[in-house]
Every structure is written in C-alpha cells, then in structure tokens.
Unconditional design. Structure first.
Length: 255
C-alpha cells in the first residue's frame, strides 16, 4: 500500500515514487532507532575459488518480516556482493553500490525501512580466508557458520561447519580463548569446589581439572565429533584430508 500511495503521489513517476519511499524510510528509521532488531535472516556462503567465506545477518524487528521472500533476497544479495568482491568489513559493504538500484547499500537499507516499516540493519558480518572454506546455514536462516581449513577437505568441511553450528564453540582452541573468560571459568570452578566442602588448596586443583574439561567442551578442535564421539573434531579433519587442520571459524545465531 505504501508503494501504491507513493506512485499516486508521484503521479505515476516510478523514479520519483522511489525517492518518496527513501525519504519515508529515513523518517521511519529515525523513529524506530530505539527499537530492537532481534529477528532477521542469517546466511553464509563461499567464493567460487573456495578460499573466502562470509556470514551475514540482516536484522529486522519481527519474525514475519524475517521470513518474507523479498527481505531474504536482499540479505542474499548483500552476501553475494560481499563474497564476489571479498569485502571484509561492514563499513565497506554499506558504502558499496547496491546492484541495479543506483544507490548504496546503506541507502537501500533505508529504502527497505520505508517499504517495510521496521528497523532494518546489518547485524553480524564475519568473513574468513583459508586454503579451503566451508559454510552451513541451518534451516530457517537463524543460524549459520563458515569454517576455514588448511587444505581441501571435501564433505568433511560441511560436517565441521554443522558441528560449529550445533555445538556452539566459543573458540577454535585453548590459545584463542580470551584470558578474562578463562579466569572467570577457573574462579567458578574453585568456588563450586569450596561450596562442595573441599579445602582451598584442593579446590585449586579441582578447578584446573574442571577447566581442562571445559576446554574440551567449548573449543572446536577439541570437541568430540558429533558423528563419532570417540574422536575429536581435529582428529576427524586430519584423518579426512591428510593431516588438514581447522584454521578458524565464524558463527552467528539469533536467540
């Protein structure tokens, strides 16, 4: 209806009607700037050479809009742009020309705000470069991952991308976990041991043991592989492709 009204106001001038919608989008965006864009579509993909992957979340306010085919198509176009041009940060993506529109990505998003009437923004935007990259999008477009490998791993790549989606690791390995997070987990383990009645010196040792167990649960390479819990993800990748290693991963999800 907004599009119809804009065309009527523009007396059938298509270009003028688009400009009217853009101006409306700016007004709507200003009004809805404090609204939470907690819904959206998360997509991921890999370049044709298999060495660059991107993950993008286009956020909106409602699940109804998030499932709209046109909204998802805009998200897919943004992702395709990022992959084709190997764009690595959100600011550069927003400044790029949106295909066939004669406006920037930033302006296109404002235009969509005017048409849809909700706050719309690019949320997560992550990229990864490696010898081989695999991607996975969970059905429903609310969760996606990209994973980098030191060599081609064929179907094992998708398996690991699905593992990262399902098991939500916080880091690739122990070395990549932030120190403050490790300190917090160590303190929690110690406090729990003391609450269980253990003396302070023993509580320290118990905390370290629990920390090692936690590392196995939250680091992708050390997690038990979901299709064979007798081996780790790192062991699975190495056996699948002559000693290949996981070099990094990105994950985004809508709660």
């Amino acid at each position: 209806m907004d599009c119809k009204k804009a065309l009527q106001e523009a007396e059938g001038d298509f270009e003028k009607a688009i400009e009217i919608l853009r101006k409306k989008g700016q007004k709507v965006a200003a009004k809805r700037g404090d609204r939470e864009a907690g819904e959206g579509a998360i997509l991921s993909g890999v370049s044709t050479d298999g060495a660059f992957g991107a993950l993008l979340s286009l956020n909106c306010e409602t699940d109804f809009v998030a499932k709209n085919a046109d909204f998802i198509a805009v998200a897919q176009t943004l992702l395709d742009m990022a992959i084709a041009e190997k764009i690595t940060n959100k600011e550069d993506l927003l400044a790029k020309d949106y295909p066939g529109a004669g406006i920037s990505v930033s302006e296109k998003i404002i235009e969509e705000v005017g048409k849809i009437g909700e706050r719309i923004e690019i949320g997560s935007f992550e990229t990864i470069e490696a010898s081989h990259v695999a991607a996975y999008i969970h059905p429903g477009n609310r969760l996606a991952t990209v994973v980098g490998f030191s060599a081609g791993v064929a179907d094992a790549g998708r398996d690991v991308a699905m593992q990262a989606a399902a098991m939500a690791p916080v880091a690739l390995n122990e070395d990549s976990i932030p120190e403050d997070l490790i300190a917090k987990e160590r303190e929690l383990g110690k406090d729990l041991a003391i609450q269980e009645g253990k003396p302070a010196d023993m509580a320290e040792k118990i905390a370290e043991g629990r920390l090692k167990k936690w590392f196995k649960e939250v680091t992708l390479v050390n997690q038990a592989f979901i299709k064979d819990n007798k081996i780790t993800v790192a062991q699975y990748v190495a056996s699948a492709a002559n000693g290949a290693e996981i070099t990094g991963f990105r994950r985004a999800a809508l709660d």
